[in-house]
Design a protein around this ligand. Structure first.
Ligand SMILES: [Zn+2]
Length: 74
């Protein structure tokens, strides 16, 4: 694996920092250079929770489809 390099200072270490976007009430996680603070990416911490909710919905749909299939077969 190649080592990520900061475009500004050439540093190789990065950290995750929480920040609140201007005018918003939620926080986002930002990956930044630990030497100079240049942001290299943003992570949305709510993605995991939303994925879990989607999984639950898909399971419920799957269960209903199984019931419909059984009703049609019977
Ligand atoms: Zn840097």
């Amino acid at each position: 694996m190649t080592v990520s390099t900061c475009v500004k200072c050439g540093g190789h270490s990065f950290e995750v920092a929480l920040f609140t976007p201007l005018g918003r009430s939620y926080k986002l996680s930002m990956v930044q250079c630990s030497s100079c603070g240049v942001p290299v990416g943003v992570l949305d911490p709510s993605v995991q929770a939303r994925l879990e909710a989607l999984k639950t919905q898909i399971a419920a749909i799957d269960e209903r489809m199984t019931r419909i299939a059984r009703a049609l077969a019977g």
